[in-house]
Design a binder for this molecule. Structure first.
Ligand code: CP
Length: 317
């Protein structure tokens, strides 16, 4: 088997690198498992022994608040041991290569790496080079994929709407630079939703022709009939030189405000993966409005990551 393939020859999840290629049944099974893990979070003792004896390493080469901490909590609630490697204080600053770092950690008999990296494809690269008993979970790589974010978004929508089948989900903003958008397009369409993408043409036109996806550059037209609206973070660090509008032009055309949503889609829910540039992609008042699901998205990060960790480690039991 090619080491970077996430499904092994027996149909089991060897790694979790991308939503692309995963079928509806597998995604639904993970959402269902997450729903049952939500109960653990409500217990007095928030722990189950499912991953006792397993060692997981959080290997974050890029900043994170939500993803790193919810993976850590998920691992602890499953009774795994988890190490957080502080890359800025590791020997990578002395020139140790990525593969050297992996080899050293593997020598400590770890079972899984949870990887966040600024380079697209980094998680696949690591999956190609780990020992056969080690699994890799992608916690966000460049603009490529953020598969557990897409699953927690899908769980939040399923909890709120009852089903994703036939739902109209509008994604607003910098889709082309967004790993969240790429993973969500795969997850939401596989689960039966239709997705409308809106934003400056340079940020959305690449998705014209995707199955289940409509590109509508004009915001008001896109919002009409929406069940939920997902704002994307404007990737200020990745957008330079790509012929995109200034922040002021983006705000004027696509910045989400209560007034705009009340006018075009008064019952639509609001989502944002975070971290948000408040006053750019969403107004400050919207992020805490009654229609905002942003807190629920973060909350669902723990059970979704419990479901993914337990599904991947299943292989080694
Ligand atoms: N949504 C998300 O990935 O947030 P963090 O960068 O804080 O992990």
């Amino acid at each position: 088997m090619n080491g970077s393939r996430q499904i092994d020859n027996h149909g089991r999840l060897r790694h979790f690198l991308s939503i692309e290629g995963l079928n509806r049944k597998l995604l639904t099974d993970i959402l269902d498992a997450a729903e049952s893990f939500s109960g653990v979070t409500e217990q007095t003792v928030k722990k189950v022994p499912l991953l006792r004896g397993k060692t997981i390493v959080n290997l974050f080469f890029e900043a994170s608040t939500r993803t790193r901490t919810t993976f850590e909590l998920a691992a602890k609630r499953l009774s795994a041991d988890i190490l957080n490697i502080n890359i800025t204080q590791s020997s990578t600053v002395k020139g140790e290569t990525l593969l050297d770092t992996l080899r050293n950690l593997e020598a400590m008999h770890v079972d899984m790496f949870v990887v966040r990296h600024a380079d697209s494809g980094a998680a696949h690269f690591i999956a190609e080079h780990v020992a056969p008993h080690v699994s890799v979970i992608n916690a966000g790589d460049g603009r490529h994929a953020h598969p557990t974010q897409a699953l927690l978004d899908a769980l939040t929508l399923r909890d709120t709407l009852g089903s994703l089948d036939g739902a109209r989900i509008v994604i607003v903003g910098d889709a082309v630079h967004s790993r969240v958008a790429h993973s969500n397009l795969h997850a939401l369409t596989t689960l039966g939703a239709s997705v409308v993408l809106t934003g400056p043409p340079a940020w959305v036109r690449a998705f014209d022709g995707w199955p289940g996806v409509t590109v509508e550059p004009e915001l008001e037209a896109a919002l009409h009939g929406a069940d939920a609206v997902m704002a994307l973070r404007v990737q200020l660090e990745r957008a330079a030189g790509s012929g995109v509008p200034s922040p002021a032009e983006f705000i004027a055309g696509w910045g989400l405000t209560a007034e705009r949503l009340d006018g075009a889609c008064p019952t639509a829910w609001l989502m944002h993966p975070g971290p948000a540039n408040e006053g750019v992609e969403i107004s400050a008042e919207l992020s805490t409005a009654e229609r905002s699901l942003i807190g629920r998205q973060v909350e669902n990060g723990v059970p979704i990551r419990m479901a993914v960790l337990s599904r991947v480690v299943e292989l080694g039991r």
